[in-house]
Design a protein around this ligand. Structure first.
Ligand code: PGA
Ligand code: ZN
Length: 420
């Protein structure tokens, strides 16, 4: 049973404060969890509690969230067992009482929920993915690696926020990572040859000054080919448009003009005809349900359509999406909803609809690797966790390499992950 819960303020990969939770059991078992943080956050996400005290960390301190863990949550959890995750998460939700977790903060709550999860795995003496997924965990996920950036994440003329490599034709996870790393390094070389910038963004992707979205896609195809890969066969592409960021009252600001949702859908139609694109995330804004429906009607049988800001890992919103035929896949981010159990509920609902669930990092991350285990545990077959660069992204990929190495019974998901 729990004998100690103590939070403290640490720094994430952007150098912003975030929450770390230390949890100890009576027998001396100890675990640590660390909470991630987004930049292009959806309006419907659970509340990340920040101090807003301009005299500390430019207002981004999380000392209130830390205090909530130490003074409100910890006393309420002393002496409780850790192996009933659902009951513990329910208790956290009730302790907060606000539907958006605005009182204690989703960052405070998630830190404790994740620590309880890890402690439960230790009590059962199981690897985390096996503790969460049981015998159902059979697949190593296909990585979606963000290697080129535009939109709000970059200072260039590319409107699409993320261009991702998807090494879908690999036989193993290890081979997938090699293919992606070689393509990423080739991309860097090509950018250098063109005298374009090779500094990397928050998720490890490049953000060169390009003329258009198509120029970005052409560069990625060239990088694949020069790395000895066949586009469309060994490797395909995925996009995150993050369209909420380009939404105005009257439409979308895209390629220098105002476009309607319908015009954007036409644009995507042409893109997937011309390039081996397997997945488009947030092609439309978070509350543009009507155009999401149209997008899904028109392209849903040709491409994976992923809702991130649209669903924010929230079962109420996913339920609406399923009923109205909006998208066919859900991006899964633990801190959008705030507890492990609610995240697992979102994944279950997604899978029951026959949709894909993609476990994802945030742009602000830490060395915590829980999402690697979660991706294996839920058998979703896909993970989105940045470029093959930057320690906090690599930590997740290294954890997956270790899981593959230690458990030869697991299979790389490959093309199967995109079957619907
Ligand atoms: P975020 O970005 O973590 O800053 O929200 C990633 C995404 O939009 O998927
Ligand atoms: Zn996104």
């Amino acid at each position: 049973s729990i004998s100690k819960i103590q939070a403290m303020e640490i720094l994430d990969s952007r150098g912003n404060p975030t929450v770390e939770v230390y949890l100890e059991l009576e027998d001396g078992t100890a675990v640590v969890s660390r909470v991630p943080s987004g930049a292009s956050t959806g309006a419907h996400e659970a509340v990340e509690l920040r101090d807003n005290d301009p005299s500390r960390y430019g207002g981004k301190g999380v000392s209130l969230a830390v205090k909530n863990v130490n003074e409100v949550i910890a006393p309420a959890f002393m002496g409780l067992p850790v192996t009933d995750q659902r009951a513990m998460d329910q208790r956290l939700v009730e302790l907060d009482g606000d539907p958006q977790k605005a009182r204690l903060g989703a960052n405070a709550i998630l830190g404790v929920s994740l620590a309880i999860l890890q402690a439960g795995a230790k009590v059962h003496n199981q690897p985390l993915y096996r503790y969460i997924g049981g015998l159902g965990a059979q697949l190593l996920p296909v990585p979606l690696l963000n290697v080129l950036n535009g939109g709000a994440h970059a200072d260039n003329n590319v409107d699409i926020q993320e261009f991702m490599l998807v090494p879908v034709g690999a036989a193993t996870f290890r081979e997938a990572m090699r293919m992606a790393q070689e393509t990423y390094q080739m991309l860097k070389k090509i950018l250098q040859e063109k005298n374009l910038r090779t500094a990397v963004g928050d998720e490890g992707g490049f953000a060169p000054d390009l003329k258009s979205n198509r120029e970005a896609l052409d560069l990625l195809l060239l990088a694949m080919e020069r790395a000895g890969l066949k586009p469309g066969q060994d490797m395909v592409l995925a996009l995150d448009v993050a369209a909420t960021e380009i939404k105005q009252d009257e439409g979308y600001i895209f390629e220098g003009t105002l476009k309607t949702g319908t015009e954007l859908i036409d644009y995507y139609h042409q893109l997937i005809r011309d390039y081996p694109i397997i997945s488009i995330e947030d092609g439309l804004a978070e509350d543009d349900w009507d155009h999401w429906q149209l997008l899904t009607e028109r392209l849903g049988d040709q491409v994976q359509l992923v809702g991130d800001d649209l669903f924010v890992t929230n079962t109420q919103r996913i339920q609406r999406g399923i009923e109205e035929g909006c998208s066919n896949a859900v991006l899964i981010k633990l801190n959008q909803i705030g507890t492990v159990s609610e995240t697992l509920d979102a994944i279950r609902m997604t899978h029951q609809a026959g949709w894909n669930a993609i476990v994802s990092h945030r742009s602000g991350e830490t060395e915590d690797t829980t999402i690697a285990d979660l991706a294996v545990a839920v058998n979703g077959g896909q993970i989105k966790t940045g470029a093959p660069a930057r320690g906090e992204r690599i930590a997740k990929y290294n954890r997956l390499l270790t899981i593959e190495h230690n458990d030869p019974g697991l299979e790389y998901a490959g093309w199967e992950a995109f079957r619907r």
